[in-house]
Design a protein around this ligand. Structure first.
Ligand code: ATP
Ligand code: MG
Length: 556
């Protein structure tokens, strides 16, 4: 963990842990982060990771990484690998080996047999449709399945046939024998095992019956000695069922579950199912597209793990679901990059400037600090007769509104270099401005012109002969609706059509050619950028925009 991290604030769970330790109920905290490998992790998971690993760290305990892989249909090795990488990138290391729910399939099977022998589980042949009819609804009790009264011997034989693959998928399920009239729907004889003739990414074809998540989750925690099973609020209603399993099985330990509110962020979606849709439909370039709120997307966008952790740790761990403003996440990103990112100059929409009184072959090596505060050394800025400035910094006609721009007859300061005087400009047949002719005002390196005619504006620039061409991908928010999946219509309807602009004729100062993938920079006057993790090279520099220098959304 880096020393730029703010310590996580105390919260209701840390208070409980303190008491548990003080009163001797536990002597060590064990938590776990339990993702299902059915997609990539997103910012909501980042919060859960910071909570679980953070609590273990602050109490000198342990945190496991455990894949809740009970559903082979939707799970893949690719997701397992990506999740491990994301957790480590965020700066956390799990205790011991990675764990899998599937490591415990033999044990769960034994425990299912135990419940059957105790008369607490039965094989039920109702179809899914019938079962849901029998289940009733919140305000109306369900009815007992006609199969609830099967004998232990019959149930043992049928369950063995299920395991041996003698039935088709959907033919029957194993259910807990609890209470069809319970006011808690989760207690109405929930399914423990179903038949799925699917290969599993960890266990291959060993099993054709798989435990339901609810039958697995609490027992996994018990097996691992997890003391505090931390999850999100939607599982509060499942807690009585988890407790029922723990009370009715010979488990080695009794974990306690605590729920906290999910993190939602406006202008995006945090649901693996929805994010997968964006990927599957080709709306984004993959799970790690820099516009995605995934950990790998944020990484590729140039967010640092410290900034993401600081954001997560700034959030309350509370018992209500909340929506956090995207601007709050962006605040932490800017704050971190401002402190750490070396400065550089890049011209995104180049306009050539020719300095008529500067010799054709002359190259002056100017220099500028890589960072205003950090000791990151100096970078060399070759100054030449032909330069690029940004099109947005030139105006054909002067007006008060444009007093900081380069206009005919007016002066401008080139950042870290001289003052220029604009003489005239050239347009092509289509009316595009193709070149600005200027003259250098002598003796203005770091000092004002002797004649007292001070320029009002400062612009960034790159030598046309010594700079390098680069591709810059400018990103904006993926959705232009504050609540894409909570407002009207489908979330896909709220995509921001301008979330990606590819500029492939940008010019960058020579020092940027040495950038390594994932190096982050502030392009002066433009924003923060990162050398693309996969596509950047010295031959073909590719930078992704992380974020602008200022928040431009809050005022919209
Ligand atoms: P999704 O709805 O995106 O699929 P999930 O809850 O199904 O998310 P899991 O892989 O089961 O995803 O989540 C692993 C852990 O991360 C769980 O403990 C879950 O509660 C937590 N988690 C998931 N989403 C969020 C969120 N938005 N905020 C906080 N914690 C979350
Ligand atoms: Mg889940």
């Amino acid at each position: 963990m880096s020393n730029t991290d703010a310590a996580p604030a105390s919260n209701f769970i840390s208070t409980i842990i303190e008491q548990d330790l003080a009163e001797g109920r536990i002597d060590k905290v064990i938590t776990r982060f339990p993702p299902e490998p059915n997609g990539y992790l997103h910012i909501g998971h980042a919060k859960a990771i910071c909570v679980n690993f953070g609590l273990a760290q602050s109490f000198g305990g342990e945190c496991n990484l455990r894949f809740d892989d009970t559903n082979p249909e939707k799970e893949e090795q690719e997701y397992v690998d990506a999740i491990k990488e994301d957790v480590q990138w965020l700066g956390f290391q799990w205790t011991g080996e990675v764990r899998y729910a599937s490591d415990y399939f033999d044990q769960f099977y034994q425990w299912a047999l135990h419940l059957i022998r105790e008369g607490k589980a039965y094989v039920c042949d109702l179809s899914a449709e019938q079962a849901s009819e029998y289940r009733g609804w919140a305000t109306q009790p369900g009815k007992d399945s006609p199969y609830k009264s099967r004998s232990v011997a019959e149930n043992l034989a049928l369950f063995e046939q299920m395991r041996a693959g003698e039935f088709d998928e959907g033919h029957c399920v194993l259910r807990a024998n609890i209470d069809m009239a319970s006011p808690n729907m989760n207690m109405r004889d929930p399914i423990l095992y179903r038949i799925r003739k699917e290969s599993h990414h960890q266990t291959g074809d060993k099993w054709c019956i798989y435990p339901n998540y609810d039958f697995a989750h609490g027992q996994e925690d018990a097996i691992e000695g997890v003391t505090h099973s931390i999850c999100t609020l939607e599982f509060a209603d499942h807690r009585p069922l988890y407790d029922w399993f723990i009370d009715n099985l010979p488990v080695p330990a009794k974990p306690r579950q605590y729920e906290f509110g999910r993190l939602n962020i406006n202008y995006t979606v945090t649901s693996k199912r929805k994010l997968k849709k964006l990927v599957d439909e080709g709306i984004v370039a993959g799970w790690n597209d820099p516009r995605m709120p995934t950990i790998s997307g944020m990484r590729r966008r140039g967010y640092s793990p410290e900034a993401v952790r600081n954001f997560c740790n700034s959030l309350a761990v509370s018992k209500t679901d909340g929506v956090v403003d995207m601007a709050q996440l962006e605040f932490f990103i800017r704050d971190d990059l401002n402190k750490t990112a070396p400065r550089a100059m890049a011209v995104l929409n180049p306009l050539k400037v020719v300095i008529s009184n500067y010799p054709q072959d002359q190259v002056e090596e100017l220099s500028a600090p890589a960072h205003p505060d950090l000791e990151l050394g100096e970078r060399v800025l070759p100054f030449t007769r032909e330069l690029y400035i940004d099109q947005a910094d030139f105006k054909e006609e002067y007006s008060k509104k444009f007093k900081k721009k380069f206009c005919p007859g007016k002066r401008i300061r080139l950042r870290n270099a001289y003052v220029l005087q604009c003489d005239d400009y050239i347009k092509d047949e289509q009316g595009n401005i193709t070149q600005v002719n200027a003259s250098l005002v002598p003796n203005t390196l770091g000092v004002d012109p002797e004649d007292g005619d001070k320029p009002k504006g400062v612009v960034h620039w790159v030598s046309a002969s010594h700079g390098h061409r680069a591709t810059v991908r400018v990103y904006d928010r993926l959705f232009n609706h504050e609540a894409p999946d909570r407002g009207e219509g489908d979330f896909i309807d709220h995509l921001n059509p301008n979330s990606l602009t590819v500029l492939d004729n940008c010019w960058v100062e020579p020092s940027l050619v040495a950038a390594k993938p994932e190096d982050r920079f502030q392009f002066e006057r433009e924003g923060y950028f990162v050398a693309d993790r996969y596509e950047h090279s010295a031959e073909q520099p590719v930078f992704n925009m992380t974020i602008g220098l200022r928040d431009t959304w809050s005022n919209k």
